[in-house]
Design a protein around this ligand. Sequence first.
Ligand code: MLT
Length: 298
Amino acid sequence: PPPLLPRILVPEKLSPEGLALLRSTGFQVDTPAPPLSASDLLAQIPSYHALIVRSETKVTAAVLAAGTKLRVVARAGVGVDNIDVDAATQHGVIVVNSPSGNILAAAEHTIALLMATARNVGRADAGMKAGKWERGKLVGVEGGLGMRVMVFDPYASEAVAKEIGVQLRGELGGLLPEVDFLTVHTPLLASTANLVGEKELRGMKKTARVLNVARGGVYNEEALLTALEEGWIAGAGLDVFTTEPPVEGSVAARLAAHPKVVSTPHLGASTVEAAENVSMDVCTQVVEILKGGLPTAA
Ligand code: MLT
């Protein structure tokens, strides 16, 4: 019997370069107009050999169980938080991602938020739009460029730190009282959830600003809100939240709306270039995996 023609479901917006690559292989690529509801995904997944998602689609154990033909689930991004990787492994489904396609975008967004928090860009802009000229109220601080960088990273080597000109420190607690800006770049894991909480925030300079362009929950949101309200630190630049979008009335929503916070709606990876990078990265891997052979039609 002839081999099955692989079918690929792409329920979220993927940049056209990757889709073109998939189509050039002759595979059937379906891009249903988003959003695909959880029940639609469950109903449709049994016909597909590959599923490519960004952050909206939840690839649950139920989806993976229903996807009896699935060979690969791809995440066009770094984090695989929205994929039940254990369930995928149980079902023999390969999970791939794009570990480096959007790191430059995330780093640049961090710098943007650092500058914005240092110079009150968010409040100043909101004020201008409301017809206010709050020049006297919005005095900032310097130190963004040419900064001395101290790093806590249990996986980084001294040699790498030296090469890129940063100072590697043995523990997080030790560097916190020294920094003017703190930024975290980790996935959300048991070991990184609430990494920076009340104790850590209380130990920082009152003039310090903190940044999160990684995952909501690496800072304990309640402690962060208290820290801003009680003046333990001076401000925050937040791109990510424990719930996205933040639920009305939640601590995340209060942080996003706080006058000492510059907030953005998870834009760290949202550049034209990063979208193309992650799209090409995952589509290339999906093609390779699917070309590895599919079961033949019965
Ligand atoms: C990622 O995990 O790649 C980033 O957080 C961006 C995203 O969620 O799309």
